[in-house]
Structure formats: C-alpha cells, structure tokens
Design a protein around this ligand. Structure first.
Ligand code: 3PY
Length: 252
C-alpha cells in the first residue's frame, strides 16, 4: 500500500498539507473534510501533541484520504520508531545538519537489513487497511523519510544531504532557518539558502518542501518550483479568525 502523498508526488501532483498542533481528532477531521489536502503534519516537536495522541490522529488523517506525517521532537531512534509504529505514512525530523545525520535518520526508519528499525507494527496494518505481511513488505519503500533543513550546517551540507539514499524529502523550516543563520526573515541571505536547498533537492531527484504560513506564500513557493508546501497551522488559524471576527464588534 503506497501512501497518498508518495503516490501524488510520484505523479507530479503537489503535496498540499497543513500543520496540526492540537491533540484530538476534531480539528484534523474538520480541515480534511474540505478535501483539498494530501498530507497533514502531526507536530510533536512543538505544540500540544505527544506520542499518546499519534494513534487516533494517524487513523483519522489516513481514513480521510491524506497522509499523516509525524514530526518527532528530535532525531532519536526510539522517537522515530514510536512514530512509525502508530502507522504514520512518514516521519519528519528537525535540524538535519549533515549527510551523516541523514544516513542515521534513514537507518532508524527502515527495517533490517537496510536499517535498524525495531519490529513492532501491531497498529500499522489497520491504518493502511492491509494485512500485517503486506505492511511489512512495503514499509521500507512506501514510508516517507523527511528531514528538515533549517540550520547553517544543514544549508552548507545540503548537496551531500540530498544525495543520501533512502531520503525522500528535504523540508525547509524557514523560521528556524532565519534564526539559525542570524539573518532577516525574507532577506537576500534567507532566500538564498532557500533557493540553494530547492536546487540541491531537485539535483538529487528528491522532493523539495517548505513550511508556509498561509496560502498566498504557499502558492508563490509552488510557482518557485517547490513540490510540497504546508498552507496553515491549526492553532494560528483559530486565533486569527477569532481576532478578525472580534474586530467587527470592537471596531479595532
Ligand atoms: C520552521 O519554520 O522553523 C519550521 O520548522 C516550521 O514551523
């Protein structure tokens, strides 16, 4: 069973997703009912979600036709294992600094003999609606390995990172990137690092992805050549819309 997102990227359809920071399935179900998304990021690096929430979120997202991608808090083998064991279609790791980091992440994500992923996928087959043997046989090929490029070293080493076999997506975290580079967000150096990462991903035949705060920015990034974008964050949308409605009654 291929993942929705991997299928779409393989047929050159853009990956359109959103960021989920709230536990509980109501928000993801509401957003996914729009039908416009092929992935959702379940964020356990920042926000309120912990690994106890993975199972129900992953099941809800995948049952509504999108690929659940879990961002783990850090690049730890046990964190990646627990995320994959919930039936996630892919894992995103923050702060990939080097090809060595990327090789480690790939290894943590694949079963032996390719990697070192521990075996315990009891809850994965139902998410994919397949038998256990089918999940096992397809896991290494079908699950997405996504690393974030968002540091000085990550950008410096991005060509080598992109060439790492088994890695699927280079995902730019623009906010961390600006802070880690110590440059203004949206300035020349920031955009230069973003373009360099985009070019390196494509030169190596990998998917280039970037976090976007809204749909207008996401459209620009797709036009720039990115294959995969997020368009909004659940909690930020709630706050922004409530604030907007409030201005009608408070007048400011
Ligand atoms: C960043 O912009 O730093 C991210 O990781 C996405 O929120």
């Amino acid at each position: 069973a291929k993942t929705f997102l991997k299928n779409d990227l393989g047929s050159k359809k853009p990956g359109i997703g959103f960021w989920c920071t709230l536990p509980g399935t109501s928000t993801v179900a509401t957003v996914l009912s729009t039908g416009g998304f092929n992935w959702a990021l379940i964020d356990a690096e920042h926000g309120q979600i912990t690994d106890k929430d993975y199972f129900e979120l992953v099941t809800t997202v995948s049952s509504l036709g999108a690929s659940p991608i879990i961002r783990v808090p850090w690049t730890e083998e046990w964190m990646i294992k627990r995320a994959l064991d919930s039936g996630a279609h892919g894992v995103m790791t923050p702060m990939c600094h080097s090809a060595e980091d990327a090789r480690k992440i790939v290894s943590f994500s694949k079963y032996p003999p390719i990697g070192t992923r521990g075996y315990g996928p009891m809850f994965c087959p139902p998410v994919f609606n397949v038998k256990g043997s089918e999940y096992d046989a397809g896991a290494d090929d079908n699950l997405l390995v996504i690393v974030q490029i968002e540091s000085k070293q990550g950008v410096a080493n991005v060509e080598e990172i992109a060439k790492v076999e088994g890695l699927d997506v280079l995902f730019i975290g623009p906010f961390d990137l600006a802070k880690q580079l110590g440059v203004p967000f949206g300035g020349e150096e920031h955009e230069g690092a973003i373009s360099k990462t985009l070019a390196a991903a494509h030169a190596a035949g990998k998917t280039a992805a970037i976090f976007c705060s809204n749909g207008q920015i996401a459209k620009k990034r797709l036009d720039q050549g990115f294959d995969m974008v997020s368009i909004a964050v659940d909690s930020a949308c709630l706050a922004a819309e409530f604030e907007r409605q409030l201005t009608y009654v408070t007048g400011n």
